[in-house]
Design a protein. Structure first.
Length: 237
């Protein structure tokens, strides 16, 4: 599963495109809250790309703190009673939709969940890499069990294994302390899969209605949700 190079690089290309679009939207003329929202989505999709491609890992803790704060930012936006002036809200369905009467709260809470899930994914992968490095060093009888934790990787959707069992690099072989993380990842994979389905339905409705407004933003959300679902499924496997 996910050992297919075409799938790996196809997903990477989609995330890169989504990151560039979100960065463009963040730099375009729009309200500050809208630019911040798109900027956070650009950071999230970029971090997901870095998880997939081969190369050394970025430190996990600063990323976890960053996306944790991003989640709180969306929560505070969702619960804020401040009304957005006319013309100061993002397009409907956009990642950083402003607070309007009767609209926006669900979108903002969903974005908060997305950022929190990203922080969880980073924490889970970091902890699981440490577990896998320790297990491998102990099996080989080598000192410095955690040394491999700071080494290179080959991407979350690649393949690595021990005793003929394939798994995604950065993910450990099954262990007694990993069940909770796998169960949480499975729940999140299902949740984001459902979110991707909802985004796909919304996109089809826009296409059938020949209403292009906000269509690109919906595609951004669709790519983000589908990618999160696939990566959490890889973590749960």
């Amino acid at each position: 599963m996910f050992g297919n190079g075409f799938l790996l690089w196809g997903l990477t290309a989609l995330l890169l495109a989504a990151s560039l679009y979100a960065a463009f939207r963040a730099s375009s003329e729009s309200p500050p809250a809208t630019r911040v929202g798109f900027g956070l989505h650009a950071a999230m999709t970029t971090a997901m790309v870095l998880m997939l491609i081969p190369g050394p890992r970025w430190p996990a803790l600063p990323q976890i703190l960053f996306f944790g704060l991003a989640a709180w930012w969306f929560v505070l936006r969702a619960v804020s009673r401040r009304r957005v002036p006319a013309g100061m809200h993002a397009p409907a369905g956009g990642p950083a939709q402003g607070r309007r009467a009767g609209a926006g709260r669900g979108t903002l809470l969903y974005n908060a969940l997305t950022m929190a899930a990203m922080a969880f994914m980073l924490a889970a992968m970091d902890g699981q890499r440490g577990y896998g490095a320790s297990e491998g060093s102990e099996a080989a009888g080598l000192p410095g069990a955690g040394a491999a934790h700071h080494g290179g990787h080959t991407g979350v959707l690649g393949q690595a294994g021990r005793d003929g069992v394939a798994s995604a690099p950065g993910l450990p072989l099954p262990g007694p302390n990993q069940s909770w993380g796998g169960q949480a990842a499975l729940v999140l994979a299902v949740a984001f899969g459902l979110a991707a389905a909802v985004c796909a339905v919304q996109l089809l409705r826009r296409i059938r209605a020949r209403n292009g407004g906000g269509g690109a933003d919906t595609v951004l959300e669709l790519v983000g949700a589908a990618s999160m679902a696939m990566m959490f499924a890889a973590l749960a496997a």
